[in-house]
Write a protein that binds this ligand. Sequence first.
Ligand code: SF4
Length: 326
Amino acid sequence: MAKPASYTYLTDNEWDRKTAELDRIASSCGLCPRRCNVNRLSGERGFCGAPGGLVISSIFPHHGEEPPISGSGGSGTVFFTHCTLKCLFCQNYQISHLAERRPYTPSELAGKMLSLQSMGCHNINLVTATHFLPWVVRALKEAAACGLMVPVVYNCGGYELASVMSLLSGIVDIYLPDMKYGGNAPAERYSQAPDYATVNREAIREMFRQVGPLRSDESGIAYRGLCIRHLVLPDGVAETQAVVDFLTSAFDPHDLYISLMAQYRPLHRAEEFPEINRRVTAEEYEPLRQKFIKAGFGGFYQDVSLMNDKFIIDFKKRKSERLAED
Ligand code: SF4
C-alpha cells in the first residue's frame, strides 16, 4: 500500500496557520509575482482576473501526463481557470478560456478530490492553482480529514514566488513546474512576465528544497519529488540553453528529471508572431534533447514525428532516458 502523502501528517494548527498566512497574502494580493495588492478575499480582481473563490474548468482522471504521474489509474486533475501568465501561444487555451467553468466551494472541491481517489487516481494534480491557494488549501484540509491520502502534484507555469511556495511545504509532495524561458526578455514578449526567469529560478530552488529528486514506488508511480517541464519553442525563442546552464550550475543533474516537450502548436495569438507561427522541427528538438541527456538529467522526451493534432498529447509516447542507462 502506498505511503500516505505528507499532508496527512499535518495538524489542524499547521493547516490553520498556512491558510491564515495565505489569507493575509491574498487580502492585498501577492500570491504571485505580479503583486497586484487587490483584496481577493473581498472579490477584487487583479491581473489574473480571478475572483474571490474557486473557479474550475475541468476535473478528470488524466491519462496523458508523464508515466510516473498518470500511471495506470490516471492523475486526478483539477484544472483551474484564470492563469497568472498571459502566454500568447497558450497551449491550454481551449481548456483555460473556452471550456465550461464554474465556481466551486472548498467543500465541493474536497468532495471531488475524494471521488478522484476513489476512482483509482494516483494523485491530485492541481493545474495552475497559485491564484486560488487560500481556497485550495482549505479544500485539501477538508479532504484530508475525510480520508484523502494520495499525493498532491503542484502542476504550474513556474511563475511563482518562492515565499508562497514555502507555505506548501508539507502539503505538496510532487512539483511539476514549467521553466518556460531561460531569460526574461522572451518572457516579457510572449507572456507579459518580464521577471519570469528570475523568479522562476528561485521557485525551482524552493521546490527542490522541499521535495528533492523525483522518486517512484515499486509500481513506477511517483510519490515525491520535482520534475521540471520545458516546452521547446520554434526559432529558439525559449532560450533553452540558458535553462540547461542554470540547472547544471544550481543542481546535480542526476538529481533532476526534465520533461522536454515537443508538442508546441501555434495556438491562440501565435499567428501574430511569425517566428513562433509554426511547429517545432526535429532538427530543433533533437540537439536540445541531447544537451539534457549529456548533462546527466533524467528525462521524459517526446518524438517530434509523433506529434499530431490531438488536443491532449499522449505522454505514453514518452520514454524515460538517462544517458548512463542507454
Ligand atoms: S494572483 Fe492574480 S491578483 Fe494576485 S498578484 Fe497574481 S495576478 Fe495579481
